[in-house]
Design a binder for this molecule. Structure first.
Ligand code: ADP
Ligand code: AMP
Length: 222
């Protein structure tokens, strides 16, 4: 059993690393952003409520986000551990996750803090393309698909997220600095934070992540 949190600014590479890790560890990746986008494409009340915040680059209120994630991690496929991508994003969410995990007799085992400078974040967000079907992530320059506009993994159509416009990107980075960056200190205080150089190539970052997870899981069943 291992429960992993990926922490980092928008565009740091959390989703990219979560995809690789999910395949490597056979654990589900729980992305709150993907859960909101799925709810929105099904036009559920939750999705429609979240849309107003997402469009502006603001965070969806904690009570909506936490109950959605709580429901997701109560599902059977999450019993052996999860990879959180983009959650928690506020101090309140981090505390709620600790409470939820207490009730489940689990704990966050490691927080992987993917560090990337602002200029690089903006370049990454500007070139991000995502598969509409399976959510696979590409970059026009750094990690292109083989056939333009078509997902290598499933043949689905690639699209640019509506919240990847220049104004929204900047707002999301500001919101990250104000509301999410303080989690670094929260998890460092608990001895769970591992800092990673997120500006390296995708495979190199993944190698560092695998090493860090190995260091916390060695010697115990996971
Ligand atoms: P996040 O989930 O943190 O918002 P993503 O995983 O969606 O970030 O990555 C943002 C963009 O940057 C994507 O287009 C992705 O292909 C690209 N990317 C991710 N990691 C790297 C990396 N290490 N080097 C270059 N580009 C990367
Ligand atoms: P992401 O896919 O992680 O980039 O998230 C896209 C958008 O979904 C964010 O800009 C927020 O509006 C919303 N969102 C995703 N995760 C959270 C979260 N943990 N808390 C609040 N809002 C979130």
């Amino acid at each position: 059993m291992v429960d992993i949190v990926l922490l980092g600014a928008p565009g740091a590479g959390k989703g990219t690393q979560a995809e690789l890790l999910r395949d490597r560890l056979s654990l589900p990746s729980v992305s709150s952003g993907d859960l909101f986008r799925a709810a929105l494409s099904e036009r559920t009340p939750l999705g429609l409520r979240a849309k107003a915040y997402m469009d502006k680059g603001e965070l969806v209120p904690d009570e909506i986000t936490v109950s959605m994630v709580a429901e997701r991690i109560s599902q059977k496929d999450c019993a052996a551990g999860v990879i959180f991508d983009g959650f928690p994003r506020t101090a309140g969410q981090a505390e709620e996750l600790d409470n939820l995990f207490d009730q489940m007799q689990r704990r966050v085992d490691i927080v992987l803090y993917v560090m990337v400078s602002e200029g690089v974040l903006l370049r990454r967000l500007a070139g991000r393309w995502t598969c509409r079907e399976c959510g696979a992530i590409y970059h026009r320059e750094f990690s292109p698909e083989k056939v333009q506009g078509v997902c290598d993994a499933c043949g689905g159509e690639l699209y640019q997220r509506p919240d990847d416009t220049p104004e929204t990107q900047k707002r999301r980075i500001q919101v990250y600095l104000q509301q999410t960056a303080p989690l670094e200190a929260y998890y460092r205080g608990k001895g769970l934070l591992v800092e990673l150089d997120g500006e390296q190539e995708i495979d190199v970052v993944q190698g560092d992540i695998v090493k860090a997870i190995g260091a916390v899981t060695t010697g115990r069943a996971c």
